[in-house]
Design a protein around this ligand. Structure first.
Ligand code: ITT
Length: 211
């Protein structure tokens, strides 16, 4: 049996870019969302070997620490020519200073070394695994992806992380060049384009009351 989210929800992320997107996605449902940062919750170690496992680690840790249902996202960029790297290590490739230009430059260097210069050799996808955990141990989990191509140099200053290097299939502008509505807005405002928006739609179907 799926369980609905009611009342207060902790957003178990310390990433301000993700937090803003998760808040925007939840806003129409009238859920009172508090961030892990606002509650002073510690960041658990992400020891899982999949997006889903790490999302569950973060959601369960926040639910246990707060006594409230908690919502976590584990996400990342998987590059075909790099056998899916950086994948679950996407945040770590940016280092402690969270330097995503350096991480994008590292990916580009590896692509150049492999002769991946044409769009067909530069395929990549973003994945978002979402987990909602309750303090009694119940969890709800979904996952989704968005396919695209990596461009160089990066384009645009919107969004966060690897957004400026990612051109979603069927579009002319990178996530870094799109407004937040274009990247992750849900119909009727947007197309529900991003990995996180697509995963959220699945989550909303099972855990949120229809608008
Ligand atoms: P939390 O664990 O606190 O949520 P984090 O940044 O460490 O924050 P992850 O472990 O899930 O999150 O790492 C995912 C990384 O993948 C994230 O830091 C971004 O760099 C990248 N990423 C995920 N979604 C993205 C998006 O929509 N646009 C650009 N980059 C994204």
């Amino acid at each position: 049996m799926h369980r609905r989210i009611t009342g207060q929800l902790v957003i178990a992320t310390h990433n301000p870019g993700k937090l803003a997107e998760m808040r925007e996605l939840l806003a129409p449902y009238g859920i009172a969302a508090i961030s892990a940062g606002e509650l002073g919750l510690a960041e658990p170690e992400e020891t899982g070997d999949s997006f889903q496992a790490n999302a569950r680690i973060k959601a369960v840790a926040a639910a246990n620490a707060s006594g409230l249902p908690a919502f976590a996202d584990d996400s990342g960029l998987c590059v075909d020519a790099l056998d899916g790297a950086p994948g679950i290590h996407s945040a770590r490739w940016a280092g402690p200073s969270k330097d995503f230009l350096a991480a994008m430059t590292r990916i580009e260097r590896l692509l150049q070394e492999r002769g991946a210069t044409t769009p067909d050799k530069r395929k990549a996808h973003f994945v978002s695994a979402l987990c909602v955990a309750w303090p009694d141990g119940h969890v709800e989990e979904v996952e989704a992806r968005v396919d695209g191509t990596l461009v160089w140099p990066p384009r645009g200053t919107a969004g966060f992380g690897y957004d400026p290097a990612f051109l979603p299939d069927g579009h002319q502008r990178t996530f870094g060049e799109m407004t937040s509505i274009e990247k992750h807005g849900l119909p009727p405002l947007g197309l529900g384009l991003s990995h996180r928006a697509r995963a959220f739609v699945k989550l909303a179907e099972i855990c949120l009351e229809p608008r």
